[in-house]
Ligand binder design. Structure first.
Ligand code: 2M8
Length: 423
């Protein structure tokens, strides 16, 4: 296997952020285990240490709730460098956790790790994959019952943090309806670690915490939360990742699942792919979210628009339109794909999810492009991503107009992305 120029540094970051079988996104700024970060990190570990890759997923599952939800943060050990901590969430799980979730990359990671285990002849692979497969299946059932109770074939987020794209312009209008009042005292820690101009604004945090207060008051019961939610968006990025992860579970079920499980997963997959296909907007050449409270499309352009490629095979006209649109977003950028394109009035090249490039987003987009036969564009995006990391370091994200590295440094998922995209 070829070695990358910064391979050793990438591995050193994962070692440094290892807290005993789980990996923090970066020291201090994010001192706990995050859900989708860990799924990407597991795929990074699979490049050189498959047993450790399994361990990452197993430790995440320690936080899984009895109803199947895998929370967005597992607070394995205390730390006072992050807000909001376990006391604010007030959940009652055995291991303290947050009360919301994050994109279910878990199923994709599980297939990836399983295949790496088979390729390397890792002992105990079938047993470990089987246990994690059951956890993933329970979590997918939770997604469909808790977050698509009306059977739209689209799953909803009830909090911007669930999307992983906290302050995306896609949420601006829906979030503006959420009050800024909170019963919890807000004590931000993030702006003590990185420049406030790169982070969500105070007003965003007030609304984020208002939502946490609301759902905590619902006792974290999914049906009560669904009824009370002042923010409810059927998200194409989340649905696409869930659909793709479901396809990966179907693949694993061929050797590890029962006939009933295979049939159940096939039904889930068809439902999600149908829902997703209906979100394509030919006039925009991309997919759009649906604001369930306002009952309208969310047309703000963000990276979420192209994530459905990981789950759907587009027809030729859609594929040509989507790839042309991605090319337009890349135009004039040193590194793409921007999380908000430069032609959008909301574009801010340094402020978190409002313009910067994220290596893991590119990972998903390139995977989807490749599935849809756009190999050249995928290679180009991967190359510029790897180059940006080699030039600027393993930063949390990058300014698309300059390639400057921003946010936290020595970031775990950037290290994982480097090892996977660089190959
Ligand atoms: C960011 O989100 C957390 C909340 O979950 C935060 O800003 O405090 C996002 O970039 C999210 O996608 C990521 O999983 C997390 C840890 O890297 O940080």
């Amino acid at each position: 296997m070829n070695t990358l120029p910064k391979e050793e540094a990438a591995r050193a970051i994962l070692a440094r952020n290892d807290r005993g079988g789980y990996t923090v996104p970066t020291d201090r700024l994010y001192p706990f285990q995050w859900n989708w970060d860990s799924a990407f990190v597991a795929m990074g570990f699979a490049v050189f240490d498959v047993a450790r890759a399994y361990r990452e997923l197993e430790r995440l599952v320690e936080g899984q709730w009895d109803d199947g939800m895998i929370p967005h943060i597992v607070f394995h050990a205390p730390s006072d460098t992050y807000f909001p901590g376990p006391d604010v969430w007030g959940t009652r799980h055995r291991v303290p956790t947050s009360g919301i979730t994050q994109p279910p990359v878990f199923g994709m990671a599980l297939r990836h790790v399983h295949e790496a285990a088979l390729a390397s002849g890792t002992a105990g692979a079938a047993e470990r994959t089987t246990v994690l497969f059951q956890a993933a299946l329970r979590s997918h059932r939770w997604w469909l019952s808790a977050r698509d109770p009306d059977g739209l074939g689209l799953v909803s987020i009830l909090h911007p943090w669930e999307s992983g794209s906290d302050n995306s312009p896609a949420w601006d209008q829906a979030l503006a309806r959420v009050p800024t009042t909170t019963t919890t005292a807000i004590r931000r820690k993030d702006t003590g670690h990185v420049d406030a101009s790169m982070r969500p604004r105070d007003e965003d945090y007030q609304r984020f915490i208002h939502l946490v207060d609301t759902y905590r008051d619902c006792g974290w019961d999914p049906a009560r939360q669904w009824a009370a939610a002042p923010f409810k968006v059927a998200d194409v990025q989340m649905t696409a990742i869930l659909a793709r992860a479901t396809a990966d579970l179907i693949y694993l079920a061929e050797s590890l699942g029962t006939d009933d499980e295979k049939a159940e997963l096939a039904r889930m997959h068809a439902r999600l792919c149908d829902g997703l296909a209906g979100r394509w907007r030919p006039a925009l050449s991309r997919f759009v979210d649906l604001d369930l409270i306002a009952g309208r499309d969310i047309e703000e352009p963000t990276q979420a628009a192209f994530i459905p490629l990981v789950a759907l095979e587009l027809d030729a006209a859609q594929r040509d339109a989507a790839t042309a649109e991605i090319e337009r977003w890349l135009d004039g950028m040193v590194v793409g794909v921007p999380s908000t394109p430069a032609f959008s009035p909301a574009f801010e090249p340094k402020r978190y999810w409002r313009g910067p490039v994220w290596a893991v987003v590119n990972w998903l987009i390139c995977d989807g492009l490749r599935l849809n036969g756009a190999e050249d564009l995928a290679r180009r995006i991967e190359r510029t991503t790897v180059r940006a990391i080699e030039n600027a370091g393993f930063c949390e994200y990058f300014d698309p107009t300059t390639g400057e590295g921003l946010g936290g440094d020595t970031f775990s998922w950037t290290a994982a992305a480097y090892m996977v995209l660089g190959r």
